[in-house]
Design a protein around this ligand. Sequence first.
Ligand SMILES: [Zn+2]
Length: 294
Amino acid sequence: MKKLIPSLTLLALLAAACSTPPISDTGPVILASHSILADVAREIAGNTVAIEPIIPDGVDTHSYQPTPQDIARISNADLVITNGFGLEPWMQTVIQEEGFSGTVVEATSGLQPMMETQDETDPHFWMDPILMMQAASNIEKGLSSLLPENKDLYASNLGAYTAELKSLDEWIRQVVSEIPIEHRLIVTNHHTLGYFAQQYGFTVAGTILEGTSSESGLSSKHLQDLINLIIAKEIPVIFIEPTDDANIAEQIKEETGVRIETGLNTHSLKINGTQISYLEMVKQDVELLRSLGE
Ligand SMILES: [Zn+2]
C-alpha cells in the first residue's frame, strides 16, 4: 500500500518522546479503532485491562487520519481491535510500517460485507446487533489469547453481553413490528443503516450523500432524484446526525416539506457531552425510527 505520510516513523518517534505515557504502566496496551468497538471490548474485559479508542468520539470516523500520538500508541500496543470492511485504510500502513509487534483482531472477521459499489464496502456493520455478536466473539478470542489467565471471565462476560444483544434485537423487532411495512423507508445523510435495514426489514430509500462515507460526494442530479423520491414516496422525515452538515437537508426540506430529525447517532458514543453505551446508542436510534410508524 502507498505510504500515507512519508515521515510516519519520524513523527512517531517525536510523539513518543513528548506525548503522555502509555495508558497503563503495568498492563498490556489495548486499542480499538473507534469508541463503539472499545465499549464492546470493555464489556468483555470487565475491569481486567484498560481499552481506549483511537478515533475520538465526535470526530468524523471516515475521514480520520492518525495523529503522531496515535501512531506512537499503535506502535506500542499489544492488541489493536480494528473495524475492517474498509473503515480505516490507514491502519494497515501504520501496522506494517511502524514496528507494531502486537496482535490485530478484526471485529468483522468472518462476517460478509455489504458492497456499496463493486469496490466499496459498507463499514457500518455495528448498527446490526446480530452482527455485533460475531464481533464481540472475535474480540473475546483476541482478549483471551492475550490474557489467557482471564479466559473464563471473558467467556462468561461474552455470554452475558451476547444475551444483552439478543434482548436488544428482540426489542427492535417488537418496535419495528408496529411500523407499517410501507412506512419503513429510511433517508439518512450518508449510508449508515444498510446492515440495520437489511436485518430489520427497512429500506434505505435514499441518502443525501452518495455513499457509505461522510466523505461521499453529492451531485445536483442525485439531489434532485432524492427530492423526487421523497415526494413520490411521501417520506415524512430525514434522519441526520449532529456532526452532519444540515444545509443540504434544509434545502431538501424547503423543496419537499420533509421533517428533519437531527438526533440520529451512529458513529459516536458521546451525545451532548454525555457518554452512552453502544446498546444505548442503538436503542436511542430505534426510538427515533419509531416515528416512522406515526
Ligand atoms: Zn459512516
